[in-house]
Design a protein around this ligand. Structure first.
Ligand SMILES: Nc1ncnc2c1ncn2[C@@H]1O[C@H](COP(=O)(O)OP(=O)(O)OP(=O)(O)O)[C@@H](O)[C@H]1O
Length: 253
């Protein structure tokens, strides 16, 4: 379980997060949703321990993330940021292998190579593994970064807008895979995703954390948080949640 308690964070004198208290269950897929500028990425960085709030704390299990050493954090959470820096001449395989660094610190073992193979296969990157990052499309590169986060083998995967450059097939594909990974089981991962695509959130999220103007609106099961009334109020525009073929969809109205 992640417990976020009374987080306050300001920048240039402006409040960015205000008294945010929420929890994220360990099992399943959590979507962080809200309007542009609501503080979603900031919250994700606080959860990962990369931004230190001015007040409040984030507990991962029994540990305050702020008290963990960087190498211990790297075994607990993998964070994929919105615009990760790229080294253009790096191959896809080498990028994914970076995810293993906290485990081998420069001396990869067979187990590390196996994990890279698994990540490449899981995110459909086998055909691209020797391609350089600067030769890939935005969507292909994005999949490689998600695979890198996966290869880090942490119990928590935190992903900021991983669908941004993906076409509908790959967006759905990645969400299916992340959703499957987050099902209970021996290799289960807890997945937390900042998502703008409300249709994907409605379809795949189990839990919703919603923010508006730096404040928490909901930290609740998807069915409770993603209603027509709640989403329309959150985004200040008409949005309807409907059921088609047994699945939830969100449409502008
Ligand atoms: N480095 C920074 N310096 C000053 N203000 C910042 C900085 N980074 C973010 N902000 C501000 O903090 C607020 C929250 O930004 P954040 O990126 O967390 O929002 P978000 O909900 O993820 O937005 P989006 O949906 O547009 O990605 C915004 O008003 C933004 O302008």
């Amino acid at each position: 379980m992640i417990r976020i308690a009374s987080l306050d964070l300001h920048r240039d004198g402006q409040p960015i997060l205000q008294d945010v208290t929420a929890r994220i269950p360990p099992t399943g897929l959590t979507a962080i949703i809200g309007p542009n500028g609501a503080g979603k990425s900031t919250l994700l960085h606080c959860i990962a321990g990369l931004l230190v709030p001015h007040a409040g704390k984030v507990m991962i299990g029994d540990d305050d993330i702020a008290t963990l050493k960087p190498q211990d954090r790297a075994h607990r959470v993998a964070l994929l940021t919105q615009s990760p820096a790229i080294v253009p001449r790096l191959s896809v395989r080498d990028l994914v292998a970076f995810g293993r660094w906290p485990h081998h610190r420069g001396r990869p073992k067979q187990q590390d190579h196996d994990q890279v193979d698994e990540a490449l296969a899981l995110f459909d990157l086998n055909d691209l593994e020797h391609r350089k990052l600067d030769s890939l499309s935005g969507g292909q590169r994005q999949r490689a970064f998600v695979a890198m986060a996966y290869a880090q083998s942490t119990p928590w995967m935190l992903l900021d807008e991983p669908l941004a450059a993906l076409d509908p097939r790959y967006a759905r594909d990645i969400m299916e895979r992340l959703h499957n990974l987050s099902r209970p089981g021996p290799d289960s991962r807890s997945v937390v995703i900042v998502l703008h695509d409300l249709g994907m959130a409605a379809r795949y999220a189990d839990w919703i954390v919603s923010l508006k103007d730096g404040q928490l609106v909901h930290s609740a099961p998807r069915e409770q948080a993603m209603t027509t009334e709640n989403l329309s109020a959150l985004f200040d525009t008409g949005l309807a949640v409907q059921t088609v073929g047994g699945k939830s969809i969100v449409i502008p109205v």
